[in-house]
Design a protein around this ligand. Structure first.
Ligand code: SF4
Length: 303
């Protein structure tokens, strides 16, 4: 039973240790078409439960070995908020984690549950998925367990956002023909303008999925990112399939592009050729472009 995995290094979270709350098998209330785990019947509560004691023992042992961990990431072979002792587990982790931060990655299906919200309030950073703004899309792409309603997820997220002081990141995984239509993105945009999360990460399929569904190219993700309101901090988090085709941008083109959509340094590396990157640097020096930070990811924006 592998409860702990990692450490994993990332620019965003530094060195993190993963904690799998469902280490023996997949237990999830979604059966996403893009899931990298094998498809299994959805459920609304764990059938196979590992004790808080077993998890904390494994985590303490790993932390002794890796004393320089920046983040403890709660996740699962499935959905971590289905773990029945989540609140107690977080209390335990908070009692010994010291300065190490906690993060949870959830599909948000339970975010309308007040007890789940109460548990998540005790975590330093929360990342929730929101692939769809409509019920039809949720059922088709995320293949949610019976009774899960996208409107309850959206209402629950708004409620949680009002209660939570930490960074709330929304992740949207985009799959060809399933949630990449202008209509679906417009509905997501409308909702996200109300939610005002700290950051919105958009990505696509990076690893072999359970079903035969297709990823988007970086260019397609970039086009989709431009459909969101320019005030929303949308970050293209998918990097695996990037085939870099940098182009030349004049000063005016740089300013015009950044007025429509703030771009991250990663986007700049992919989209701008070397000379255009120099032009960008000089525009920053002339204060025509500002840098904004959204919880560890910076963006360039027209001043
Ligand atoms: S929510 Fe995550 S674990 Fe569950 S089916 Fe979707 S991708 Fe897989």
């Amino acid at each position: 039973m592998n409860i702990i995995f990692g450490p994993i290094h990332s620019r965003r979270f530094g060195k993190s240790l993963g904690v799998d709350l469902s280490p023996n098998r997949k237990q999830c209330n979604f059966d996403c078409l893009y899931c990298e785990l094998d498809s299994v019947k959805t459920m609304n509560s764990y059938e196979d439960v590992v004790s808080v004691k077993q998890i904390t023992f494994a985590l303490k042992t790993a932390l002794k070995e890796h004393s320089d961990i920046d983040f403890i990431t709660l996740t699962a072979n499935g959905e971590p908020t289905l773990y029945p002792h989540l609140s107690k587990l977080i209390d335990e982790i908070n009692s010994f984690k010291g300065k190490t931060k906690t993060l949870i990655l959830s599909n948000a299906a339970n975010i309308d549950n007040p007890q789940v919200q109460d548990a998540l309030l005790k975590i330093d950073e929360v990342k929730l998925s929101l692939d769809c703004a409509t019920q039809k899309c949720l059922q088709k792409l995320d293949r949610s367990h019976q009774g899960i309603k996208v409107e309850s997820i959206k209402a629950g997220m708004l409620e949680f956002k009002n209660r939570y002081n930490g960074p709330l990141i929304i992740e949207i995984l985009i799959v060809k023909t399933l949630n990449d239509s202008k209509e679906e993105i417009a509905k997501l945009n409308e909702y996200l303008l109300k939610l005002q999360p700290t950051r919105i990460d958009i990505s696509t399929i990076d690893r072999p999925p359970a079903y035969a569904v297709k990823p988007l190219s970086y260019e397609e993700l970039h086009t989709i990112s431009q459909l969101f309101d320019s005030s929303l901090p949308v970050y293209i988090a998918s990097r695996k399939k990037v085939e870099s085709k940098p182009s030349s941008y004049s000063d005016d083109e740089i300013l015009q592009t950044l007025s429509k959509r703030p771009l991250s340094p990663d986007d700049i590396t992919i989209l701008f050729d070397k000379k255009s990157q120099k032009r960008l640097e000089s525009l920053i020096e002339k204060s025509k472009i500002n840098t904004i930070d959204t919880n560890g990811v910076s963006f360039y924006k027209k001043a």
